[in-house]
Design a protein around this ligand. Sequence first.
Ligand code: UDP
Ligand code: MN
Length: 590
Amino acid sequence: MRARTLMTWSLLTTLCFLFTTVVLLGTLSTMGPVGSNDEHHLNVRDAAFSEPQEEPVTRNPENMQVTLDIKKSQALASLLQTMLKTHERPSDDYFGYNVTRSDEISVTREVPDARSTECKSRIFNYSSLPTLSIVTPFHNEALTPFLRHVHAIVSRTPPQLLMDVILVDDNSTFSYLGEDLQEYFRILDNRIRIIRNKERKGLILSRLQGAEEARGDVVVFLDAHMEVCEGWAEPLLEKINSQPAIVVQADVSPIDDQTIRLSIGEPIGIRGGFSWELSYIWFPLPKYVDQFRHSVWEPFPTPVLQGSCIAIRKSYFDAIGQFDPGLEIWGGEHFDLSFNVWMTGGRIETVPCSRIGHVYKRNKYTFGSNSAASTILKNNLRVAEVWMDEYKHFVRAAISRIRYPPPVFTEAEWRSIQERKRLRQERSSKSFSWFLDSVHTEQIVPSKDDVSFGEIKNSESGLCWFVFEDGYIGFAGHCGFILKETCFSLDKYGRLKYRDRCVGYDESTFLLMIEDCPSKSESTISMTWVHKDTNLMTAFHSEYICATQVRSRFPIHTGQEVVQLQTCDKHNQYQRWSFMHGFLWQNVFE
Ligand code: UDP
Ligand code: MN
């Protein structure tokens, strides 16, 4: 499968910035390089982290632990056995996680209830809450995680609130997802419906199709390998009930891709934004948001939805134009909906009392005739065209650096982009610069002179540059975020910038440190930097010397990892650096 080579998924456990007020722990799920050797990755939609907990696991799938009546559970158990025995399935490698392990675990297992007592003790007036429909598209999903997904919904959603569970089969080709599956769900609960796509439509169109069929007041879009936890629905519905124009998401925690355990603990206050090629990036909660919360369990505004759990009132979803149907297969839709909601007067919140597990798969299915990368990047360009005003140029320049030439739109696609823009205008949308000033305030906006941007990472140690209080450059524990503390840029004049200052060096130790910037014209004669073949070099007399990660043996930062200029040595791995992303401005303004 091409996804295996093009998009290796990696989990980066995150991070402790010792020198800032930010202390946060997280797990980032990232999607690997797309058509480039760039070390930094396009991020996928979501992630969260917590300490793993033991949970009851049964080796025998016949053991249905839930409160199904005995006859039903016997019928389901025996059907499941037949399904597992009689249908072939691809190897675990195809799915990118340990489906063999999943097959050993009960599809009706209990999961830990990690909610605080304040979440658990809330009393809801069910008769005043809106009803809900689940919409889950699935394409060639593994069987047992999918059954677990549906069992969890049916057993952990108050019956008076759950109207229907709409499963949109996006043209799956595996036989175990056919008639037997239909029969399984028929026995389980008559609110479950399967819609079968005759052709592959992708996640976005399949969700739209499911939403059309939904009869509940609220639609909740989920992924087929998610497991909802006890009490997940009520706080989402209550929040939606409190405001007409709001979209909410649960706190989504990882289900380990090897052990299939749900790692769930206290929520960590992080919220979603983007890097400039429109990958999903996590940011710690800004102080001005966090200070009004009395506990980590209180909801908080979120610039960008993580994508795998979206709860929205159906009438509001229709009123704002749903997802852009011009987005193909997978990707970009959570940016589209998030920008749409905020910029047309709505709001997005994360509700930590609502907990859901999600398997972060290492592999992706095929994307049809186009490559995954070109489809995703084209979707991102489309979102930028519709919503991002002049900031779309950054997206185009960032995408051009990953993939050149960047994806192109047909005439019909341009027309449909104009149509979405017209809808945006009709709804008196605010500007993207308003979104950055008022909602996504932690987003760092590059300058149009920048060619490389974001964290600077050493390929040997995997550590990223960080500025100490005294201005010397050392390393932050982990990479994967775009934070003010770790964001550098290299501009077209060769200036290596940190905020409004520049990177220079201490003339006695050759250690890198922050200094005032030379003017643009000056920079050609004084300190200029070149990033070439992964070396980050500056001229010294008549030759180049290279930034090198070293352990300081100087009286300054003794014993700590710092960056020093040294003679360039192509065998020295500690001289290899990558920026989180770059901009190729060529032809961007065409
Ligand atoms: N999906 C689909 N059709 C597609 C691609 C994805 O129905 O062409 C489904 C997929 O089976 C899953 C959901 O959409 O239930 C989200 O996809 P995925 O889990 O791959 O997204 P991720 O979690 O990686 O963002
Ligand atoms: Mn998923």
